[in-house]
Each structure stands twice: as structure tokens, then as C-alpha cells.
Design a protein around this ligand. Structure first.
Ligand code: AMP
Length: 364
């Protein structure tokens, strides 16, 4: 079985590494000369709308997936006429636009923060009045890691936000005074089987994921079940195949959907060491039509991202049980270049060790 992957970043590399032991031969398409995943598998160089490159990938693949949700939907559809493409391109289409994504959640009865579409100034003024402050103004498309969004707390902020983002398709959302951010990863096989990983607790810094704890601490069983049930609705509606991530705000007993990613996700990196089957392996299994593996957590895990630069390996590996993932990317401010996962046998042990790990892996 040959698996083509659109996108050759670290997610592509981790997918490729998970594919080989299953007898699946990966290759990636990426515009970069030397993409991260190119370190470990064949690389077709081309833009995501370069049809010659897409044709080359289709010809050398039995199935195609993606690790990057801004792949043009037209390219995914074109490929899908030639080779099975999972997750379905409709999932890409929904998740590329924050407005269609939130509207889709609503249509499935999944709660979201209040939101309104905004393009022209009068719509912005109406939306601010309707939703109230504080609020967050976001671009509808191509926003990630906190980019393309501004928090509005005062009327003066509203002016500044409009100045910065106004005139393109936007969404205004009510600012959620959340207790914490959570994510759920679920996987659906070609045969419709659905499995869900335990809820993950995520801490962001400057809009970028800093730390994930899994399973999320102090989680009521009911909350985890609700998140899994909501994810299941999305998977079923889309006829989805592969891993899906949904990010949530927890506000008291409420769970509000922020966004979804139709791919493996940073908040699931802990599953490489911390779950019976990693998100990468389960994604490959699903897309290739293989039976899924258990999503059960093995102990309790903490994952820290390295942003900008990876610390010296010796400093990381000094911590008993620390597992380092250096993506081999050039250091650059704000760039995800690696992560570390640490495991504890119990929630109590994790609680004991966390202050030290937090101090060590706090971003400098
Ligand atoms: P996003 O790109 O939409 O995931 O937003 C990045 C981060 O900004 C989130 O992880 C939250 O920490 C914060 N954020 C985004 N939207 C909201 C909101 N409506 N209320 C409060 N915080 C938000």
C-alpha cells in the first residue's frame, strides 16, 4: 500500500514514520525544497495547486491524505477523482472557513461561542452591539496559531481591530472567559468504526500550543463523553475517515466548540508514547482501510512544544522518561521545531512532577 501525503511538515514526518511499520510506503508533496518529512520519505516538490505534481502523487499512491488543512479544496477534489482521498475534501472545505465551521457545528447541535459574519463596517458595528464586549475579531480564512485575530475589550480596541483586519471576510466571536482549553481526537475507520482518545487539556501562549496534559486532569466522565459524542456527530455527518481534532473552551459545565482540524493534531503528539496506538498510526490505519488500534491512555502524559529552537538534547533527556522529538527544522522565532513528552504512572505522580517539568520546559 502506498500513501501520498499533502504537506511535508512535522505532521507529515510523524505520519510517514508511523506508516513504515504497517507496511505502508509514504511519500509527501510539498512546495519546500527540503521539507521536514523529506528527511524520512520520498518527496514530490510542487505547490498544492500544481496539477503535474498532484498527478505524480496520485500515480504513485493507493490513497492520499493531508497533514495541512489549507490544501486547496479544488486540488483535493481533483485528486479524489483519481485516487481515494481521506479525510473527505468536504471536511477541508468546512474547516478552512471559520464561519462555515461554526455554522456546521451549530447545524449539528454542537454549542459554540456566539458569532456573526462581518465584512463591511456597518455589519461590524451591528455585530459588536449584538455580541457585546469583550469579543474576538478573526479572519475567516487562513488563520492559525492565533494569527489573524484581535481581542476587543473597549470601543477604542474595536476601532483598532477594524483598522487592522477590516474589509475582508471576518467573523466576530464573543470572548469566552474559559476555565481551560480542551481538545478531543477521534478516529473513524473506512468501515465506520469510531474510537476516541481521552480529553486533552491544552495551554496556549501567544496563540501557540505550549503544553498538553493527557488525560485532562479533574475531568468529569460526563464532559469527556459529551466531547466524544459531539466529535462522533461530526465524523458521521462528514462520512469521515481518519483522525479529527476538535478544540473546545470549557466554561463551567459548558463545552463550546472553537475549531476543528481534519488531520492529526499537535494536541495529540503525546499519543506516540502515551497511548496504546498513536494518532499517527491510527490515521494511517484508517486511511489505508486497516483495523483501528486502541486509543486508551497508557499512564499520564505531558507534552511541551519547542518554539523557535530545540534545547540541547542532553538537557531534555536528563529528565527520566523524557522522549525528545526534534523535527530537524531550522530554528526560527515562532516556529514549532520539536516537542518533548514526559510520562507519569498516575495523575498524582504527574501532579508531583509537573512543577519541575513546567520550570524546565517553560518557553524562554
Ligand atoms: P484559534 O486560532 O481560533 O484557535 O485561537 C487561538 C487562541 O485564541 C485560542 O486557543 C484561545 O486561547 C484564544 N481564543 C480564540 N477565540 C477565542 C474566544 N472566542 N474566546 C476566548 N479566547 C479565544
Amino acid at each position: 500500500m502506498r500513501l501520498g501525503i499533502l504537506g511535508g511538515g512535522q505532521l507529515g514526518r510523524m505520519l510517514a514514520l508511523a506508516a513504515y511499520p504497517l507496511g505502508v510506503r509514504p511519500s509527501v508533496l510539498d512546495p519546500a525544497a527540503d521539507p521536514c518529512a523529506g528527511q524520512v520519505c520520498p518527496h514530490v516538490r510542487g505547490e498544492f495547486d500544481d496539477y503535474q505534481a498532484l498527478y505524480q502523487l496520485a500515480r504513485s499512491s493507493d490513497a492520499v491524505t493531508y497533514e495541512f488543512e489549507n490544501v486547496p479544496v479544488a486540488s483535493a477534489r481533483w485528486l479524489a477523482e483519481r485516487v481515494p482521498v481521506y479525510p473527505p475534501p468536504t471536511a477541508l472545505e468546512v474547516s478552512q472557513d471559520r464561519l462555515s465551521e461554526k455554522t456546521f457545528f451549530q447545524s449539528l447541535g454542537i454549542p459554540t461561542p456566539p458569532f456573526a459574519a462581518v465584512e463591511h463596517r456597518h455589519e461590524f458595528d451591528n455585530a459588536v452591539r449584538e455580541i457585546g464586549l469583550p469579543a474576538v475579531l478573526k479572519t475567516r480564512r487562513f488563520g492559525y496559531d492565533g494569527k489573524g485575530q484581535v481581542v476587543i475589550r473597549t470601543p477604542a480596541d474595536a476601532e483598532a481591530a477594524w483598522e487592522k483586519l477590516g474589509g475582508r471576510p471576518l467573523i466576530l466571536e464573543g470572548f469566552v472567559p474559559f476555565d481551560r482549553e480542551l481538545s478531543v481526537l477521534a478516529v473513524r475507520g473506512r468501515d465506520g468504526q469510531v474510537l476516541t482518545y481521552p480529553l486533552v487539556e491544552n495551554e496556549h501562549r501567544d496563540g501557540i500550543l505550549h503544553r498538553s496534559l493527557a488525560p485532562a486532569g479533574d475531568t468529569a466522565e460526563e464532559l469527556a463523553e459529551r466531547a466524544a459524542e459531539y466529535a462522533g456527530r461530526i465524523l458521521a455527518e462528514l462520512g469521515y475517515v481518519g483522525v479529527l481534532a476538535v478544540e473546545w473552551f470549557q466554561d463551567g459545565p459548558r463545552l463550546l466548540a472553537n475549531e476543528m482540524a481534519p488531520r492529526v493534531h499537535n494536541s495529540g503528539h503525546w499519543t506516540i508514547e502515551g497511548a496504546a496506538t498513536s494518532q499517527f498510526e491510527n490515521h494511517v490505519r484508517a486511511v489505508c482501510g486497516l483495523p483501528l488500534g486502541s486509543c486508551a491512555a497508557v499512564g499520564h502524559s505531558a507534552m511541551y512544544n519547542f518554539i523557535g529552537a530545540v534545547p540541547p538534547a542532553a538537557d531534555v533527556l536528563r529528565h527520566p522518561g523524557a522522549r525528545l522529538h526534534d523535527y530537524g527544522k531550522d530554528p526560527r522565532p515562532g516556529r514549532k521545531v520539536g516537542h518533548v513528552t514526559l510520562r507519569a504512572g498516575s495523575g498524582d505522580e504527574l501532579g508531583d512532577r509537573l512543577p519541575e517539568w513546567d520550570r524546565t520546559f517553560d518557553r524562554v
